[in-house]
Design a protein around this ligand. Structure first.
Ligand code: PLP
Length: 283
């Protein structure tokens, strides 16, 4: 495997970052994960826009313009021979003697890796459906920034893993579901309405979420953008999640509650197909 690190393509095992990189010391950086299907990036522009927004909110300079960045992404995909998989891209404020305020004249650090993901495995997971647990949302007020500061998300995902679940949906202080540790949360209520939380500072504006909503609009599938309670989640007709690595993934159990008959719901299965068709068309 080949990694890109600050201007160089290096064997993955030799790629490294300075010990005083602010990403390492302060989690002072942002990232993106971009899906690759048939060798092509899905929603490249959406990811670029979100990346620039995250950088802007943290006042980190972009290490280069979007054009050259996209060329490096393509090169990382090519050098790793990825046909279906993901690109991971990380930008930190750079290297400086440890001190909390922004350092002056620091060059941001850019790292990229790519890896293959098996479509077959993804499909098998989707056909079985996954389990989800709920955990309190203990994150900060800027979950709209795709920051590498992910400890609460790490703890949430581990809590899920400890219970043999795929994902943890986080719940805010009002008992409303925010999102998964690395996914957006959706329900189909007993009236058959597709529901997901509106974007705000409390969740990450998922690129998969946005593309699925666009496809639903095109197809005239009704949806509601509103928060939903844990109770609604437990009693939903269907539950699913979205992300760049999971696409649209049916959920068949939430905490102790079996969803529907314990198999992926028909709407979730259809929406996954709609999203997969969208990716095929885009690739
Ligand atoms: N929510 C969080 C907290 C995430 O970390 C992610 C992805 O990593 C998502 C949602 C899904 O976003 P996307 O569809 O852009 O992958």
């Amino acid at each position: 495997r080949i990694a890109y690190v600050n201007g160089q393509y290096l064997p993955h095992r030799h790629a490294s970052i300075h010990i005083e990189d602010r990403g390492y010391q302060f989690a002072d950086g942002v990232y993106e994960v971009v899906t690759i299907v048939n060798g092509k990036m899905i929603d490249e522009e959406g990811h670029m826009e979100r990346l620039w927004r995250s950088l802007g909110e943290l006042q980190i300079d972009a290490p280069m313009k979007a054009g050259p960045l996209k060329m490096i992404m393509r090169e990382v995909v090519r050098r790793n021979g990825v046909v279906n998989g993901i690109i991971y891209l990380q930008i930190t404020r750079g290297v400086a003697p440890r001190d909390h305020p922004f350092p002056k004249n620091t060059t941001p650090a850019l790292v990229m890796t790519a890896k293959r993901l098996s479509m077959d495995k993804s499909e098998r997971t989707a056909q079985a459906g996954v389990n989800v647990v709920t955990v309190p949302d203990i994150r900060w007020d800027r979950c709209d920034i795709k920051s590498v500061s992910l400890l609460p998300n790490v703890l949430a995902k581990q809590a899920a893993k400890d219970k043999n679940a795929y994902e943890a949906f986080q719940v805010d202080k009002n008992g409303m579901v925010t999102e998964g540790s690395s996914t957006n949360a959706w329900i189909v209520n007993q009236d058959g309405k597709v529901i997901t939380r509106p974007t705000s500072n409390e969740i990450l504006a998922g690129i998969t979420r946005a593309s699925l909503l666009r496809e639903l609009e095109k197809k005239g599938v009704e949806f509601e953008l509103r928060s939903f309670t844990v109770e609604e989640l437990h009693n939903a007709r269907e539950v699913f999640l979205t992300s760049s690595t999971s696409y649209v993934l049916p959920v068949v159990k939430v905490d102790e509650h079996v969803i529907g008959n314990g198999n992926p719901g028909s709407i979730s299965v259809t929406l996954r197909q709609i999203y997969r068709d969208f990716m095929e068309d885009a690739s």
